[in-house]
Design a protein around this ligand. Structure first.
Ligand SMILES: Cc1cc2nc3c(=O)[nH]c(=O)nc-3n(C[C@H](O)[C@H](O)[C@H](O)COP(=O)(O)OP(=O)(O)OC[C@H]3O[C@@H](n4cnc5c(N)ncnc54)[C@H](O)[C@@H]3O)c2cc1C
Length: 214
């Protein structure tokens, strides 16, 4: 279960909140990008970035020069999936179908070598499961240039909107089309690097990534 705190308790549209921890994992595991919100030198900064999950920890990484990653401390991370636009009979009631997760916590700069590798592995695997073992491992120099942040998934919320528009009672009689236009993300065909030597096939784990629902 997701334990609700004073920060993660939904105030508006509480019925859209989800409390099952597995729904948090599903949203995180299905995403590729999160938005990392952090205050840097007194100013809020929201950075789109990759991530990976190991159990109840989210890992983020980046250049040691990235300000948002140098500053371990209070952060808020969101992951959002857009599932469709909701076209209502009034402009006021237009909406978006979505699944979204919000995580609060104190980000920790990962120092332990083993945990750093585990976090980096999760980040690569988030993009394409099977990729970490298929490619060259990071060098000491690459590792030294990479900051890895860990964020506990302890304090998190999930909000989901599904279904048709919710119009005003009197508007249902209007001769206006209303409904949902679903939005689906699909992978395209793999595009080999133009300088790829001949004879290297697209690996199965990449082909499988294209399968519907992955
Ligand atoms: C793609 C998308 C588009 C949206 N468009 C709009 C819009 O145009 N206008 C609008 O008012 N709202 C929109 N929302 C909903 C918006 O994210 C907020 O839930 C809503 O505005 C309520 O904000 P609040 O500050 O009153 O939240 P509160 O209910 O006060 O938030 C309290 C706590 O609830 C949790 N929470 C709130 N929202 C979310 C969320 N989306 N996901 C996970 N946890 C959450 C957080 O832990 C937060 O700290 C959109 C959401 C998504 C995903």
């Amino acid at each position: 279960m997701l334990s609700s705190t004073s920060r993660t308790t939904l105030n508006r549209e509480k019925h859209r909140g989800r409390t099952d921890r597995s729904e948090l994992y599903e949203i995180l595991d299905a995403g590729l990008v999160c938005h990392l919100g952090v205050v840097v030198n007194g100013h809020p900064m929201v950075v789109p970035t990759g991530y990976g999950r190991v159990g109840d920890t989210l890992y983020l990484h980046g250049s040691t020069g990235a300000r948002s990653l140098r500053t371990a401390g209070e952060v808020c991370v969101t992951v959002t999936h857009l599932d469709g636009i909701v076209l209502a009979r009034s402009s006021f009631n237009h909406s978006i179908n979505y699944r979204s997760a919000m995580i609060y916590g104190v980000a920790r700069i990962v120092e332990d070598a083993g945990e750093r590798i585990a976090g980096l592995r999760a980040l690569t695997e988030q993009l394409a499961p099977g990729q970490w073992d298929a490619v060259r491992q990071p060098t000491k120099k690459e590792l030294a240039a990479t900051a890895v942040l860990a964020l506990s998934l302890e304090e998190a919320s999930v909000k989901v909107r599904q279904g048709p528009p919710e119009d005003e009672e009197e508007d249902y009689a209007l001769p206006v089309w209303a409904g949902v236009l679903p939005l689906r993300q699909t992978w395209g065909a793999p595009e080999p690097d133009p300088v790829l030597p001949p004879g290297i096939p697209v690996p199965a784990h990449i082909t499988e990534r294209r399968a519907p629902g992955r």
